[in-house]
Design a protein around this ligand. Structure first.
Ligand SMILES: NC(=O)c1ccc[n+]([C@@H]2O[C@H](COP(=O)([O-])OP(=O)(O)OC[C@H]3O[C@@H](n4cnc5c(N)ncnc54)[C@H](O)[C@@H]3O)[C@@H](O)[C@H]2O)c1
Length: 351
């Protein structure tokens, strides 16, 4: 299959590109190369004859039309987005422009291409979204997000992703565009950009810096290993039912404090400190405004209908991740000098 992957130089997009190339697909990687991008993430995949890169901003409709005409993809996997909640609190406009207007442009460019090609039945537009569109859950473990949970986004980031999900469904209902959607939980793994919680904790721990925990650390997330996510996405784009959405979770609910303590335990084992535990560096900081209490995915649909389950437990996935960061210092060192990385963002103070 020839896949047009947007955001393929980002964290999850690059995992999709690497896996797709490894499985023999062709890939057209469309990415504007924002602060969050790193082409090193796909350096090996880029050597494959079936790989092409287009530095294109999804806000540029004419450029997207050119990419579709030049590459004639069989399917689109749309991951390009502004993705950091804290940045969306300080400066929401990029989130509106890329996540909403950019998705609108992608839908219109894909529709023009699909209609121009005689509406091939097997064309797919796969929109990759987040569980954050569903809002915040109570602590009760029997309550989880299903595909029919009403949308209730509460941050500029999740509101922009919710808007994009609605556009994708509307383009299916109104124009018949063959779409599939996925909403997944928090990812972690190799090549995770060093402003997100898991890499921040690993890298601050190694640098002897405080390990910042927002609020009291009780916020619960369902953690998904990025390579498992990429595997689920390739399954959905090929086998997902038209117009349907699938929730993807790691079956690994943890509070932020539990997650950080697990990471400290792994680091204590793999790279022990001279004295004490990395957990001694844990520091509680002011909470994020509007911090959602709990996200939890009910993955029954993707399990029953497509037979997909995550391959690793959180302990296994976190250990792979810590080992990867220990082995790839040049990768993360380079990214630490990028704008905003290493600073506390999203306290509501604005830009
Ligand atoms: N990271 C998570 O835990 C998570 C969870 C659920 C869903 N998602 C969704 O998965 C997708 C990928 O997330 P990620 O964590 O890999 O993000 P990321 O921030 O690591 O990467 C985003 C990529 O998109 C590119 N991009 C941004 N704006 C663009 C534009 N205007 N035009 C073209 N390219 C642009 C960036 O250059 C970057 O390479 C997003 O749609 C996000 O909403 C992420």
């Amino acid at each position: 299959m020839k896949l047009l992957v947007t955001g393929g130089a980002g964290f999850i997009g690059s995992a999709v590109v690497r896996l797709a190339i490894a499985r023999g697909h062709e890939v057209v990687n469309v990415d504007a190369l924002t602060y969050a991008a790193c082409l090193d993430n796909v350096a090996d995949a880029a050597k494959a004859p079936g790989y092409a890169f287009e530095q294109v901003d999804i806000r540029d409709r004419a450029a997207l039309d050119r990419v579709f005409a030049a590459h004639k993809p069989d399917a689109v996997m749309h991951l390009a987005a502004e993705s950091h909640v804290d940045r969306s609190i300080d400066g929401p406009s990029d989130f509106i422009e890329t996540n909403i207007t950019g998705t609108f442009n992608m839908l219109e460019a894909a529709r023009a291409y699909w209609e121009g090609a005689g509406k091939p039945e097997d064309f797919r537009f796969h929109h990759i979204s987040t569980d954050e569109v569903f809002g915040s859950l109570p602590a009760d473990p029997s309550v989880q997000f299903t595909e029919t949970t009403p949308y209730d986004p509460r941050s500029p980031y999740s509101a922009s992703k919710a808007a994009s999900d609605h556009l994708v469904r509307a383009w299916h209902e109104t124009y018949g565009l063959p779409v599939v959607l996925t909403n997944c939980s928090n990812n972690y793994g190799p090549y995770h950009f060093p402003e997100k919680l898991v890499p921040v904790i690993i890298l601050n721990a190694l640098a002897g810096k405080p390990l910042p925990i927002y609020g009291d650390g009780s916020n619960v997330r369902d953690w998904l290993f990025v390579e498992d996510h990429a595997d689920a996405l390739l399954l959905v784009v090929q086998k997902g039912e038209l117009g349907r959405s699938y929730n993807i979770g790691g079956e690994n609910e943890r509070s932020n404090l539990e997650l950080v303590k697990t990471l400290c335990g792994i680091l204590d084992r793999l790279q022990p400190k001279d004295n004490g535990s990395y957990a001694d560096q844990i520091t509680f900081v002011t909470d994020r405004p509007g911090h959602d209490a709990r996200y939890a995915i009910d993955p029954a649909r993707i399990r029953k209908e497509l037979g997909w389950r995550p391959s690793v437990t959180i302990e296994e996935g976190l250990e792979k991740t810590v080992r990867w960061f220990l082995d790839n210092e040049p990768w993360w060192r380079k990214l630490q000098s990028r704008q905003g990385v290493g600073q506390r963002l999203g306290t509501g103070g604005g830009k």
